[in-house]
Ligand binder design. Structure first.
Ligand SMILES: NC(=O)c1ccc[n+]([C@@H]2O[C@H](COP(=O)([O-])OP(=O)(O)OC[C@H]3O[C@@H](n4cnc5c(N)ncnc54)[C@H](OP(=O)(O)O)[C@@H]3O)[C@@H](O)[C@H]2O)c1
Ligand SMILES: [Zn+2]
Ligand SMILES: [Zn+2]
Length: 523
């Protein structure tokens, strides 16, 4: 029952990791004890969650209440009886430390991944090690040297740690190729190596963006398959890197469509990180140096640099907030950057995921808002969303009454089928702005300068938005009680195929949000 020293190498691993400031090793140790909620095989769980704490507690019990037995069990064959006072004190101190450690190990470490807590515990263990040393000096080293007894288990710990580290994987619903884009397979995948600024998030729900469909169906061309898409993610931060300051473990957070930029270039320093030349997407991008393809939110976890992890205000339910992280931001950023506000007449083309949030945010920003849809099918919804007016492009002369009256139009259309750009642009006042965020498949359309000569309008585009804008948007939504219209769908292979087909047919009001992650990936 020399169990009381059985944590030896595990602690040494942690100590070495911290002394070496090796974040990877440190987190491997953390993972090994399942702090982050990753699944380990049952034998390992049994050992770390049950056997080890019980053994430690038993060791403490004997060392404190029955020292002769303790000494016998630890093969201190030459232990004198009665136990000398100095030895007795040393053992009692050790017992206290074991007891504290068993409790800490069982409770604290398993409920937090905050490295500061881990470092504090490590310090306590260091003190305990001095207790061990003192005991050795009094009783002789043989009590720790019997490799055939319990202590032998120590020698396997390092190998175990590396094994556990190597199997740190996430699970997600991946598509294998564009020709089978309705077949989702639940696979394990290797996330990118954990960096000092990274946050691991256990996903709770994820919105289904039009881009997910373009990507898996091959509409945007070649992709890095197998791929789990999804970039409207809300979940819980379960682990943060040692240099993370923006996010705390346990916080409810979101991740959108972007997961990396250099944070050092002219654009990054200007709150234009979404336009950084080194920007990487949340899914389908290749992480430099590793060759690992980023995987999105149809997964158990996502690992993201803190800059692209956003605390979600309490007032926003997760499924309401999730679609804002791509669709909402894609609408919000061009609205605020192009002067949407009181006294402005703003049009939103396309009442889909982005479009309906565009109406909600343009209204919240104080503009007069017009929804511009293809038919009247969504007119009632548009009014409910707060639109002041509605135009259906299928109507004859639909634009006539409004020619040269709009200050700004955000175009979210995801296809150019029957798309009459001239008719839309005629709506703009002099130097009015047309900002396209939709990214239709195919070659695009031709533009003639004459088209925008009549009003001298500006044609532009917009990509996602900055961290600053994301935080401001979420706060605005919380303050004004803005509610995304979501259809919640439990995530599984069958439902994913169904909703992709429905999205393809434009049959959603107005955003699917995948839920019930715990049924697929555990609590
Ligand atoms: N720029 C960015 O940063 C960014 C970010 C995210 C997504 N996107 C892109 O934005 C587009 C929209 O995404 P989403 O998630 O909002 O998609 P969505 O929910 O499918 O909505 C697209 C809407 O576009 C309208 N539309 C479709 N075909 C049209 C056509 N031929 N002419 C006119 N309107 C048409 C439809 O509205 P009506 O039924 O009302 O006509 C439809 O509801 C996608 O291409 C997506 O990839 C861009
Ligand atoms: Zn998106
Ligand atoms: Zn940059």
């Amino acid at each position: 029952m020399a169990c009381s020293s059985s944590e030896g190498f595990w602690r040494l691993g942690l100590l070495a990791a911290i002394l070496l400031r090796d974040g990877e090793l440190m987190l491997a140790v953390v993972d090994a004890t399942e702090v982050a909620g990753f699944s380990l095989p049952l034998p390992y769980r049994l050992f770390f969650l049950l056997i080890e704490p019980i053994a430690t507690l038993l060791g403490a019990y004997y060392a404190f209440f029955n020292q002769p037995t303790y000494l016998n069990l630890t093969h201190a064959a030459s232990a004198p009886s009665p136990v000398p006072l100095g030895t007795s004190i040393a053992l009692s101190q050790l017992a206290n430390l074991y007891f504290a450690f068993a409790l800490t190990e069982a409770l604290v470490l398993r409920s937090t991944s905050d490295l500061r807590v881990w470092k504090t515990v490590l310090f306590c263990l260091l003190v305990a090690d001095f207790g061990h040393l003192y005991t050795v000096s009094v009783l002789g080293p043989q009590i720790y040297w019997n490799v055939f007894e319990w202590n032998a288990i120590d020698w396997g710990n390092i190998g175990y740690l590396y094994f556990a580290a190597s199997m740190r994987k996430f699970t997600g619903f991946q598509v294998n190729g564009a020709d089978t884009w309705l077949e989702f397979h639940k696979n394990e995948f290797q996330p990118k190596p954990f960096g000092d600024y990274d946050v691991d998030i256990k996903i709770e729900c994820c919105g289904v963006c039009g881009s997910d469909l373009h990507t898996i169906s091959g509409g945007w061309g070649e992709q890095n398959f197998p791929l789990a898409v999804g970039h409207e993610i809300v979940g819980t931060a379960i682990r943060v890197g040692p240099k993370v300051t923006l996010i705390k473990p346990g916080q409810r957070v979101g991740v959108g469509a972007q997961s990396y930029s250099c944070l050092d270039c002219r654009q990054c320093k200007n709150d234009n990180e979404t336009y950084c030349q080194k920007q990487l997407d949340t899914y389908g991008a290749v992480w430099p140096d590793t060759g690992i393809v980023s995987q999105g939110g149809y997964s158990s976890h996502v690992r993201t640099h803190e800059h692209w992890v956003f605390p979600i205000p309490d007032a926003l339910p997760s499924t309401v907030a999730a679609p804002m992280l791509c669709a909402g931001l894609t609408a919000y950023s061009p609205l605020v950057r192009n002067g949407c506000g009181p006294g402005k007449k703003v049009g939103i083309v396309g009442l889909g995921g982005i479009g309906h949030l565009g109406v909600l945010f343009a209204k919240a920003l104080g503009a007069e808002v017009w929804a511009i849809s293809r038919t009247h099918a969504k007119e009632e919804d548009a009014r409910k969303l707060g639109a002041d007016g509605f135009l259906a492009t299928a109507d004859k002369d639909w634009n006539k009454e409004h020619v040269m009256t709009f200050d700004l139009i955000i175009n979210t259309a995801n296809s150019f089928e029957g798309f009459d750009l001239d008719a839309y642009l005629s709506l703009l006042d002099v130097h009015g702005r047309w900002v396209s965020v939709g990214l239709p498949e195919g070659d695009g359309i031709k533009i003639r300068n004459q088209t925008f000569l009549g009003n001298g309008c500006f044609i532009g585009s917009s990509h996602l938005g900055s961290r600053k804008e994301t935080l401001a948007m979420l706060q605005l939504a919380a303050d004004k009680g803005i509610k995304t219209w979501v259809e919640e769908v439990p995530i599984n292979e069958k439902n994913l195929a169904t909703i992709m087909q429905r999205l393809h047919k434009n049959d959603v009001k107005y955003r699917f949000c995948l839920t019930n992650y715990q049924d697929q990936f555990g609590a």
